[in-house]
Design a protein around this ligand. Structure first.
Ligand SMILES: [Zn+2]
Length: 99
């Protein structure tokens, strides 16, 4: 999905920001999920989704990647979290463009 999104942007320098998401502190996964990612991204059953996203972006040719590194589960005062609240939660999203 990341590679397809980057390819859709066409030629030219690209930059990305990895926004708030569940962090490696809280994202416990089973083997069926962990095996979808490089082995070093899962430590003690916790997946580092932030680094997985950065790796995918850089692999797709994005030169500049900034990371917020804020865990949505650890910061209930700032974000919704499916892992914390279950289905009864809100959503957050960001749209951006540089002209
Ligand atoms: Zn956390």
């Amino acid at each position: 999905m990341v590679a397809a999104g980057v390819a859709a942007l066409g030629a030219g320098a690209k930059a990305a920001v990895i926004g708030p998401a569940i962090g490696p502190c809280c994202y416990e996964v089973g083997d069926e999920v962990a095996t979808l990612f490089d082995a070093d991204l899962t430590v003690e059953r916790k997946l580092d989704l932030w680094s997985a996203a950065e790796r995918a972006l850089r692999g797709a040719g994005v030169e500049t990647v900034e990371r917020v590194d804020l865990c949505t589960r650890c910061h209930p005062e700032l974000f919704f979290s499916h892992r914390r609240s279950g289905r009864a939660r809100g959503v957050q999203g960001v749209l951006g463009a540089v002209a």
